[in-house]
Design a protein around this ligand. Structure first.
Ligand code: NAD
Length: 718
């Protein structure tokens, strides 16, 4: 018989206290993998057989306490039937055995205890955490489209009461030690790891009889009020409406968690735990859970682990230069400085460069205001930014990022003049959003070292960079660019050169479809509402106002000029007909966007906005377009463009398509990204619906021949 003793250490001391130190073999963290249940059963069997057992301490030999559920297993579940239910029940069964064993259990939390890890702690009678900001506790399952199914919903509600438990269950945010103590999620904090087990033993000796959970006592009352307490009833009634406002009804997990938390209050522990198991069983097979697990967990992991990075040694720039201290350059300077990378920030006038630096001072002050930064840290951060007007200030720098005006002649001049300042193995990036990287690369003596580094506005919030490969960019430069982007804590998405790259192409289709709906007679308010219902963060009209109609027209002119320069016709590969017509008409009437005093919306001095009545010239009513069609037009347009990018080789991987779309453009997160959205609907169903939209509304919804083959192939392999 195989013994699992290799996955944990088991030590009984002279006082009869057993310390179980989880240390799963062959992995850096403890997880609920396939050996987990037999391991727990073995531990509990040994504990039950102990004579004179005084108490149990559970801790871990890893850096973290316990990493939680096995997402590989979860990803593979394709049925909500009895086998899945039995699996979830088996997973949580050991915790109930612990609660019934008549000795105190203490969790000695030496590092992060999330999800299943914190559920172990919840089944203990006392929780002690080390005072280390990395030792966070919480139940992030909701962010993966599921629920804490090993007792987390039921026990946290009992431990904290409904009102305090809900935010942690519905938002999945973890708590650091001090906060966790304040909230009652842990009971005690010790200064160092070494203090944990002694403190646990001290507690056991002082509380030898405290083995029964409060919720198993006859006199148990929920903190903050029982199920029928008027305030709790009010919370239970009001919460679904608050939740709907946040999730727009697009995410089944929070709704289910709320339902289970509320209903568990009127049930016995065992029945409540079983209801919770049925809940996770149902959620695990939803497209939203598959989307979250595939995209946010495995996708992010794939990118961070370097699957899109060419092989080669790690690279870390020691110095940097940013050309142009405008909106983007100032933001990039902040990104560098907050990551500890010194930056020379160059502009035409020193005053402009100084102003670019003061943008970082402003961001730092906001963080200080929120208690997230000290004056000392601010001073250090600002000392890393050197405003300048002189190229000599960045002689020998490792990375230059050009962020001057979007003007090809200016860029030619600037790139030519500054490339020579690079260190021998340094790389040159451009933040252009419209100009082809292969064209800009020709302005420097070594196009192999030139690459697109496309940041998004506002840079401090949009933590993604679209890396664009020019025709001649080397793999060596890509590797360095990837390492640079990770070095400053951003997510790299690698694409190949194409007009509008990937993100601007897809984003433009969203703007254009909003305009097309208006052209077809749908009222602006209905368009914005349809977008909201799909889960897009901002409606196409509101977001167009933000990026500005002036910019849209400028970009079109840039593309027209480029066409002329390159001798091509219609080089931008997307149909912007609807948008162009509306933009021209709006600009004729002085409606340039928010920064220009108003666009699709009027902006009041008090910060509120309302749709411009003048839009009636374009549309009113619904133009005979159903809400379903409007919603699908907005999403399918983007999904088809993403598919096209993948098909044309502008995008290399589905993972980058999904994550890039969500983080850079705001494609609805609950779908898991545009390609996962197609998979969630089903490839054939998606194709049929696109064909229907194409017939009804035009060829822009036609899926290019063969574009879905790649998805079908990958599905067949999986
Ligand atoms: P901006 O107009 O705010 O700033 C441009 C800055 O460049 C100005 O401060 C200007 O004085 C400076 N400049 C001009 N010539 C210079 C020179 N020879 N040397 C040094 N500095 C010079 O523009 P922005 O919005 O920051 O955009 C900059 C670049 O980033 C453009 O290529 C744009 O396409 C791209 N971009 C913009 C956004 C966006 O949302 N605004 C997003 C991604 C990329």
């Amino acid at each position: 018989e195989y013994t699992y003793g290799t996955d944990y250490h088991y030590d009984r001391d002279a006082d009869g206290i057993v310390t179980v130190t989880l240390d799963m073999a062959g992995q850096s963290a403890n997880t609920m993998n396939t050996r987990y249940i037999p391991m727990m059963e073995e531990i509990l069997t040994r504990l039950q057989a102990e004579e004179g057992l005084a108490g149990v301490v559970i801790t871990s030999a890893k850096k973290t306490f316990f990493a939680g559920g096995d997402l590989n297993g979860l990803r593979d579940i394709d049925s909500a039937g009895p086998e899945s239910l039995a699996m979830f029940e088996a997973n949580k069964a050991p915790f109930r055995v612990m609660e019934k064993l008549q000795v105190p259990f203490v969790a000695a939390i030496n590092g992060a205890a999330l999800g299943g890890g914190y559920e172990i702690c919840l089944a203990c009678n006392h929780r002690i955490v080390v005072d280390d900001p990395a030792a966070i506790v919480g139940l992030p399952e909701v962010t993966l489209g599921i629920l804490p199914g090993a007792g987390g919903v039921v026990r946290l509600t009992k431990l904290l009461g409904l009102e305090k438990a809900l935010p942690y269950l519905l938002e999945g945010k973890p708590a650091k030690p001090q906060k966790a103590l304040k909230e009652g999620m842990v009971d005690e904090i010790v200064a160092s790891r070494e203090d944990l087990v002694p403190a646990a033993k001290t507690w056991i000796k002082a509380n030898p009889e405290t083995w029964q959970q409060p919720w198993d006592r006859k006199d148990f009352h929920y903190p903050g009020g029982d199920a029928l307490h008027p305030r709790i009833r009010q919370t239970a009634m009001g919460a679904p409406a608050i939740l709907y406002k946040k999730t727009r009804g697009l995410m089944p997990a929070p709704a289910k968690i709320l339902d289970i938390a509320v209903n568990s209050m009127r049930m016995g522990v065992e029945a409540a735990l079983r209801m919770e198991s049925r809940g996770i069983c149902a959620l695990a097979v939803t497209p939203e859970a598959k989307a979250a697990i595939n995209t946010f967990f495995f996708g992010t992991q794939a990118i961070k682990s370097g699957s899109i990075r060419p092989e080669g040694p790690a690279w870390a720039p020691r110095t940097s230069a940013i050309l142009g201290a405008g909106m983007m350059g100032s933001g990039i300077a902040w990104a560098h400085a907050q990551a500890g990378l010194p930056a020379v920030l160059k502009d035409m006038e020193l005053a402009t460069a100084e102003k670019g630096k003061s943008y970082s001072a402003g961001l730092a002050d906001k963080l200080i205001g929120r208690g997230r930064m000290t004056e000392q840290q601010k001073a250090e951060l600002l000392a890393r930014i050197t405003p300048s007007t002189d190229d000599a200030d960045f002689a020998g720098t490792d990375i230059i990022i050009e962020a001057v005006f979007e003007d090809i002649d200016l860029k030619e001049k600037v790139i030519g003049a500054t490339f020579g300042q690079l260190s021998e193995d340094g790389i040159y990036g451009s933040n252009t959003s419209t100009l082809p990287i292969s064209v800009l690369a020709e302005f420097c003596p070594d196009p192999t070292r030139f690459i697109g580094l496309h940041f998004f506005s506002p840079v401090d919030k949009m933590k993604v960079v679209e890396i664009i490969m020019g025709e001649k960019t080397s793999q060596d430069t890509l590797r360095k660019a990837y390492d640079y982007v990770r070095r400053i804590g951003y997510m790299p998405i690698v694409v190949n050169d194409s007009r509008g790259f990937f993100t601007s192409r897809v984003f433009s289709t969203y703007l254009d479809e909003g305009m097309a709906l208006m052209r077809d007679g749908m009222s602006p308010v209905a368009i914005e509402r349809a977008a909201w219902l799909t889960g897009m963060p901002v409606g196409p009209l509101a977001v167009h106002d933000e990026t500005s109609l002036v910019l849209s027209q400028k970009i079109r002119k840039t593309h027209e000029a480029l066409d002329k320069r390159l001798g091509v016709e219609n080089g931008l590969p997307i149909d912007m007909e609807a948008s162009n017509a509306v933009v021209d008409a709006m600009l004729d009437q002085g409606r340039g966007g928010r920064r220009y005093g108003g666009g699709f919306y009027d902006y009041a001095a008090d910060g509120t906005k309302s749709l411009w009545p003048g839009l009636a010239q374009f549309a009113h009513g619904n133009g005979g377009i159903t809400l379903d069609d409007a919603k699908d037009r907005l999403l399918y347009r983007q999904a088809i463009e993403t598919l096209r990018c993948l098909h044309e080789g502008v995008l290399n991987t589905e993972v980058e398509a999904n994550l890039g779309g969500i983080f850079a453009i705001g494609f609805p997160a609950h779908t898991g990204g545009a390609i996962q959205f197609i998979r969630g609907i089903g490839i054939d169903t998606f194709a049929a619906r696109a064909a229907e939209l194409a017939e009804r509304y035009g060829d822009r919804f036609a899926i290019p021949e063969g574009a879905l083959d790649r998805l079908r192939g990958a599905e067949a392999k999986a």
